[in-house]
Design a protein around this ligand. Structure first.
Ligand SMILES: *Cc1c(COP(=O)(O)O)cnc(C)c1O
Length: 377
C-alpha cells in the first residue's frame, strides 16, 4: 500500500532547509543568550517587514498573544467581548483569563468567520447581559481573513475595538494588506502546524499602535519598567525563546515560496473536488494562508472512514463548537443562537494541506473522496 498522506508535513520542510536550522540553534547554544537573545529582536524586525505592521512583539504562544493584547486593551471584569464559537478554545479562553465575559456570535456560511449581522444582534442584546461590551475577537479561521471591512464598520458605530485572532492566517491578505496589518491589533501563533511555525510554542502581537506595543513588551516580562527588575505593573512571563526565534528566522526565509505553494495546492484541490464536496470560498479581495483546506461533506463519518482506509488523514476542526463545551456552555450567545455554527460543525472536514503536498497525493485524495461521496455533495 502507498504511503500514508498526513495532514501536515513538517519533515519535508526540514529536509529542504538542510543544516540551516541546526546551525541557527548551534549559534544560540554558543552565545548563550537563551532568553531575549539577538534572534528575538531580529525576528521582530523580520515580522514587521513581512506583514507591514508597525511593531511586532513576540511572546510564548498564540494564546498568550491574545491574553497580552486583551490586557493591553485594558479588558477586565465587567467587560463583554464578542467571539465566534467555531474556533479553537484559546479565543474564548483568553477572554476568561483576563476576567471578562465572552459572548458567542455566529459565523457566515460562506467564510466560516464572524457574521457581522450576528455581531450587530449580539451588541444590541448585550446590555441585558449585565456586562459592558468593549470589543470583538474576529478569527481568521482556516487561514482566511475575517470580513474586517464590515466588522470594523459595525464595531465603529458602537465604539468597539476589533482584535484579530490571526493564529491561522499569518501570510493571508485582505485588500492588499497582510494579516497582522489589517486591523490595529493582531495576535498570531507559531505553533508548529500553523502556516509559520516553530519547533515548540510561540506567538506574537502585531500592531500599528506604539503605545500598545510598549505595554505588551512590559507585560510579557513581569510588567517591567526600565528593566525587568523595575516593576511598574503586574505582568507575566511570556517570552519567545531565542532558539525558537532562530528557527523562525530560517523558516521565514522560505515562507513566501511556501505561501505560493499553498495557493497552488488549494487551486488544484478546487479543480479536483468541484462537484465532489462543498469547497471553501475565498472572498473578493482576500487570499487565504490555507492553514487547512476545509470542505463540507454530508455523511462525514463514512467519508472519514473511506479516507482512513485509503491511507489519508483527515480531521474535524473543531468537532464541538465552544458554546457546546462544558467549560463555556453557560456563557451568553447572540440572540437567535448560532444556527450556522451548528450546521457547519456537523459538516466540516479538513483535508491534508501543506506546501509540499504533490499532485499525485492530491489525486489520491480526490479519488478517495469521489468513492466516498459517489460524486455527490
Ligand atoms: C492555534 C490557535 C490559537 C492558540 O495558539 P497557541 O500558540 O497554540 O497558543 C488561538 N486561536 C486560534 C484560532 C488558533 O488556531
Amino acid at each position: 500500500m502507498s504511503d500514508k498522506i498526513e495532514l501536515v508535513d513538517l519533515q519535508t520542510q526540514r529536509q529542504r532547509l538542510g543544516t540551516r536550522i541546526d546551525k541557527a540553534i548551534a549559534k544560540v547554544l554558543e552565545h548563550g543568550a537563551y532568553i531575549m537573545g539577538p534572534e528575538v529582536e531580529a525576528l521582530e524586525r523580520e515580522l514587521v517587514a513581512s506583514c507591514g505592521a508597525r511593531r511586532a512583539v513576540t511572546c510564548a504562544s498564540g494564546t498568550d498573544a491574545l491574553v497580552l493584547a486583551l490586557r493591553a486593551l485594558d479588558v477586565g471584569p465587567g467587560d463583554g467581548v464578542f467571539v465566534p464559537s467555531l474556533t479553537f478554545s484559546a479565543t474564548a479562553e483568553a477572554v476568561v483569563i483576563v476576567g471578562a465575559t465572552p459572548i458567542f456570535v455566529d459565523v457566515s456560511e460562506a467564510s466560516f468567520t464572524m457574521n457581522p449581522d450576528s455581531l450587530v444582534a449580539a451588541i444590541s442584546s448585550s446590555a441585558a447581559l449585565g456586562c459592558r461590551p468593549v470589543g470583538s475577537i474576529a478569527v481568521d479561521l482556516y487561514g482566511h481573513p475575517a470580513d474586517y471591512s464590515e466588522l470594523c464598520e459595525v464595531s465603529a458605530v458602537s465604539d468597539l475595538w476589533i482584535l484579530a485572532d490571526a493564529a491561522q492566517s499569518f501570510g493571508a491578505t485582505l485588500n492588499g494588506r497582510r494579516s497582522g496589518a489589517i486591523v490595529d491589533v493582531t495576535a498570531t501563533s507559531f505553533f508548529p502546524a500553523k502556516p509559520l511555525g516553530c519547533y515548540g510554542d510561540g506567538g506574537a502581537v502585531l500592531t500599528h499602535d506604539d503605545a500598545l506595543a510598549d505595554l505588551v513588551e512590559s507585560l510579557r516580562q513581569h510588567g517591567q519598567g526600565a528593566d525587568k527588575y523595575e516593576n511598574v505593573r503586574v505582568g507575566m512571563n511570556s517570552r519567545l525563546d531565542s532558539i525558537q526565534a532562530a528557527i523562525l528566522l530560517e523558516k521565514l526565509s522560505i515562507f513566501e515560496d511556501e505561501l505560493a505553494a499553498r495557493q497552488d495546492v488549494a487551486r488544484h484541490y478546487a479543480d479536483l473536488l468541484d462537484g465532489v464536496v462543498g469547497l471553501p470560498s475565498v472572498a473578493a479581495g482576500a487570499t487565504s494562508a490555507w492553514a487547512s483546506y476545509t470542505v463540507l461533506v454530508e455523511d462525514r463519518e463514512a467519508v472519514m472512514a473511506r479516507l482512513e482506509a485509503d491511507g489519508i488523514a483527515s480531521r474535524v476542526y473543531y468537532p464541538t463548537p465552544l458554546h457546546r463545551q462544558r467549560a463555556y456552555q453557560s456563557l451568553p450567545a447572540a440572540p437567535g443562537g448560532l444556527p450556522v455554527t451548528e450546521e457547519l460543525s456537523a459538516r466540516i472536514l479538513s483535508l491534508p494541506m501543506h506546501p509540499y503536498l504533490d499532485a499525485g497525493a492530491q489525486a489520491r485524495i480526490a479519488e478517495s473522496l469521489q468513492k466516498a461521496t459517489g460524486g455527490r455533495r
